[in-house]
Design a protein around this ligand. Structure first.
Ligand SMILES: Cc1cc2nc3c(=O)[nH]c(=O)nc-3n(C[C@H](O)[C@H](O)[C@H](O)COP(=O)(O)OP(=O)(O)OC[C@H]3O[C@@H](n4cnc5c(N)ncnc54)[C@H](O)[C@@H]3O)c2cc1C
Length: 502
């Protein structure tokens, strides 16, 4: 047996990495996690999330298993509905235009409930997402988009809980430890080289799990793979996901897989900083566009803001904003819907103008053709089917008629002062392209499509799950499902003689 410093090395310290580490530890492996970021910035994009996590559930009894703290008042005052595996499959197929890898998608959906229960058993607390995913009708909350639960304390709460649980279970976490290459003998992976401070050392283990994110924070790779203009996008989350894990795996012959020219990207405050800011978290996003309209520099609408619930359009509309002249848009709302705007519209660092007339608003929309905008609002208002009632909880069919760019639901006229407008650019969340894994073992495959002994992967850097678009809350679940697979397989490879021969 070759010398080892531990049984399993996990690269990264986001949700996928913690799930892998805890699953490996549960099987008896001695685990070391290597996190590139310093402790105060650790946790990758997972720390930036709202902690919203998608899973299939049959009704309140399943939710009670995940949230035993639910009070009888909450249960009485809430319609949690159900979100079946069939609905989850339908959402995945629809938003990825049937390109999601069937084997990966099957694990993701079918194991989603069992995986969140496993997280709960590990000690992670969850609560209902009343603020963003439910509206009150006749005194009762109703959830609408298949996304019902978030980690207690959001992303920071999730990562802090996972860190404490991992440490309590003897998992070693080294911060400021950037993995720069794999130790590979041409057949199997036997460890990593890691840069800490100014020195590079070798850490040996028979199994390595890569859970170190995509390439969204690398402007050069964004331009190379996503296309021209993507260097101009802002990064919503961590600055540390620069594609290292992908690069070191591709260097030893791993197979690239999935939608390498695709990514998750949203409307994001136009003046947000280059990378995410943990004091603001996801507050720069502006996701209430279904209640209003979005216009570009010509004053023209360019997407169907009401094509679907926000959960099924927000991740693809960032790209559409990036494609507009000068890469920005203004979201416009009138008084009728101001009360529906999400909490992120009320943060301090927001690019916002208000006015008492549409004409005055037009003067204030920086970079926008005034006459073009006024023409667009007149045409839009005239096209709204006012005879169909507005209902934020369902796809209400209150639509426009006869416009080149339709609005299919929630079409409200823009005519009641005061008016508000918010300027957004494109904020990239994560890249979709990644490594090819065998779904059940999460073992990385080489370009001959054979498993690479000793190498496993989970989270953002797995390719083949998301194409074109993404159903909100699925990133964390993907990291959990495949993190567990990777951890269990890595422990098996490390602890069972000859298991590597798989
Ligand atoms: C603002 C925002 C909000 C979001 N909201 C949600 C949400 O509510 N629900 C949801 O499901 N998804 C959400 N997402 C997406 C979600 O964050 C990701 O899908 C998920 O967190 C990815 O987890 P991961 O563990 O694969 O990667 P990450 O959490 O990004 O972890 C990657 C880790 O690898 C480390 N790393 C990178 N390179 C190296 C290296 N060379 N050596 C060692 N370590 C390295 C990083 O420092 C980091 O710790 C959101 C994303 C953002 C940015």
């Amino acid at each position: 047996m070759s010398p080892r410093d531990c049984d399993v090395i996990v690269v990264g310290a986001g949700n996928a990495a913690f799930c892998a580490a805890l699953a490996a530890q549960e099987k008896g492996a001695r685990v070391v996690m290597l996190e590139r970021a310093p402790k105060e910035e650790s946790g990758g994009n997972s720390r930036f999330t709202a902690g919203a996590i998608r899973f299939a559930y049959r009704g309140i009894d399943d939710l009670k298993a995940v949230m035993p703290d639910l009070s009888s008042d909450e249960i009485a005052n809430t319609d949690f509905g159900a979100y079946t595996t069939d609905q989850f499959f339908d959402d995945m197929f629809r938003v990825t235009r049937y390109r999601t890898d069937p084997g990966l998608c099957e694990c993701l959906v079918n194991e989603s409930f069992e995986s969140i229960q496993w997280m709960r058993k590990k000690g992670i607390r969850f609560v209902p997402i009343y603020g963003r995913q439910a509206f009150k009708i006749d005194g009762r909350f109703k959830f609408w988009g298949g996304l019902t639960v978030e980690a207690w304390g959001g992303g920071p709460g999730l990562v802090d809980q996972q860190t404490n649980i991992a440490k309590r279970n003897g998992v070693v976490i080294r911060y400021g430890a950037r993995v720069v290459s794999l130790v590979y003998d041409g057949h199997s992976v036997q460890g990593v080289r890691v840069k800490e401070g100014t020195g590079i050392t070798t850490l040996r283990a028979p199994a390595v799990v890569l859970a170190c994110g995509g390439f969204e924070s690398n402007a050069e790779w964004r331009t190379r793979y996503l296309g021209p203009g993507w260097e101009l996008a802002k990064v919503r989350g961590t600055r540390f996901n620069t594609g290292d894990g992908l690069q070191i795996a591709l260097e030893i012959g791993a197979s690239p897989y999935g939608n390498w020219s695709g990514c998750h990207a949203v409307g994001w405050d136009y003046n947000a900083p280059e990378f995410g800011d943990l004091t603001v978290g996801d507050g720069f996003q502006k996701h209430s566009y279904p209640w209003g309209i979005m216009v570009n520099a010509l004053g023209q609408r360019f997407v169907d803001e009401g094509a679907d619930f926000r959960n099924y359009t927000y991740a693809k509309y960032g790209r559409r904003i990036l494609e507009q002249p000068d890469q920005f848009a203004w979201q416009i709302f009138d008084n009728k819907v101001r009360g529906l705007l999400r909490d992120e519209y009320r943060i301090k660092r927001v690019t916002k103008v208000s006015a008492d007339t549409v004409e005055e608003l037009a003067d204030k929309l920086e970079g926008v053709d005034r006459e073009g905008f006024l023409r667009e609002v007149r045409a839009y208002n005239a096209a709204v089917r006012k005879d169909i009632p507005f209902n934020a909880n369902v796809k209400d069919g209150r639509r426009t008629e006869g416009l080149l760019v339709p609005k299919s639901n929630w079409a409200n006229t823009i005519d009641e002062p005061p008016f508000e407008a918010y300027q957004v650019g494109c904020g990239i969340t994560f890249s979709f392209g990644g490594l090819r894994i065998q779904p059940e073992s999460a073992q990385v495959l080489n370009t001959d499509l054979d498993p690479i002994p000793g190498l496993f992967a989970a989270g953002e850097l797995v390719g083949g799950i998301f194409y074109f678009n993404y159903p909100g809350g699925t990133g964390l679940m993907s990291g959990t499902v495949f993190g567990r697979h990777a951890g269990v397989s890595a422990a098996r490879a490390a602890l069972i003689p000859n298991a590597q021969a798989v």
